[in-house]
Ligand binder design. Structure first.
Ligand code: BTN
Length: 250
């Protein structure tokens, strides 16, 4: 993958920028980075508060040739890559809360938003947006009890762009393994080594009804395997999963 970094002092959302560039013909490997975002987007229509001078906000553009169903695995690959990069370079012990939140000290330090653009039944682009709290020490009231930053967790100080480069080194290596297998089989063990859900009681907020069980790990497609109390195993492929003890689920 040829990396092309586009740095913006200020933008609306790097995901929107990457989608637009993708539609205009930008290549896989294009990365939009911004110092601040005026309308940073989180999952489920939430916003991602993105003040200047403190955090890392970037979006990677991919143009994979596979079926749209496979795209959700890319977010797990990015989560793995961020976790590896933080462990290697920032000397912290990150966890992944399935599918893709990065957790430090039981609080969220990084979130991801993946968006797919289709064209004539095929993937035109996949953008993976990543927001990492690096130096931020004050958070808005609504997220104060659940958000943290690398600085607050005593991570090694590093330049935001250096962190981006290490993440991308990890991502490129992982992506290669993924492309060779066509699934997550070659990355599953690494991913699970970071998975905070593993062996824990989880609550699955399924729109068809909430249930609890014990998370066992992931399958080759990245679905979370949850063992119910009657011994059956459910595969969770999307949706919100709360883990006991993390972000306040007690
Ligand atoms: C979440 O809700 O956990 C996902 C947050 C994703 C935030 C990042 S910051 C860079 C990119 N641009 C956006 O507008 N959102 C993502």
């Amino acid at each position: 993958m040829e990396r092309k970094i586009i740095y913006l002092e200020r933008t609306g959302s790097t995901n929107e920028d990457a989608k637009r560039l993708g539609a205009e013909g930008a290549k896989e490997g294009t990365i939009v980075v911004a110092d601040c975002q005026e309308s940073g987007k989180g999952r489920r229509g939430r916003n991602w508060v993105s003040p200047p001078g403190t955090n890392l906000y970037f979006t990677l553009l991919l143009k994979p040739e596979f079926a749209p169903e496979q795209a959700s695995m890319l977010t797990l690959i990015m989560a793995l890559s961020v976790a590896q990069a933080l462990k290697q370079e920032a000397a912290v012990n990150p966890g992944i809360k399935w599918p893709n939140d990065i957790v430090l000290g039981q609080k969220k330090v990084c979130g991801m938003l993946t968006e797919l653009t289709m064209e004539a039944g095929r993937i035109q682009s996949v953008v993976i947006g990543v927001g990492i709290n690096v130096y931020q020490t004050e958070f808005p009231e609504e997220i104060r009890s659940t958000a943290t930053s690398l600085a607050l967790e005593g991570a090694e100080q590093m330049e935001r762009m250096d962190l981006l480069n290490v993440i991308m080194n990890c991502f490129e290596a992982n992506y290669q393994i993924f492309l060779e297998n066509g699934n997550l089989s070659g990355l599953k063990d690494d991913y699970e080594s970071f998975l905070v859900n593993r062996g824990k009681e989880v609550r699955v907020l399924d729109p068809a009804g909430e249930y609890t069980g014990t998370a066992l790990g992931i399958d080759d497609k990245g679905e979370l395997l949850v063992k119910l109390c009657d011994g059956r195993i459910e595969r969770v492929y999307a949706g919100e999963v709360s883990v006991r003890g993390i972000y306040g689920y007690v």
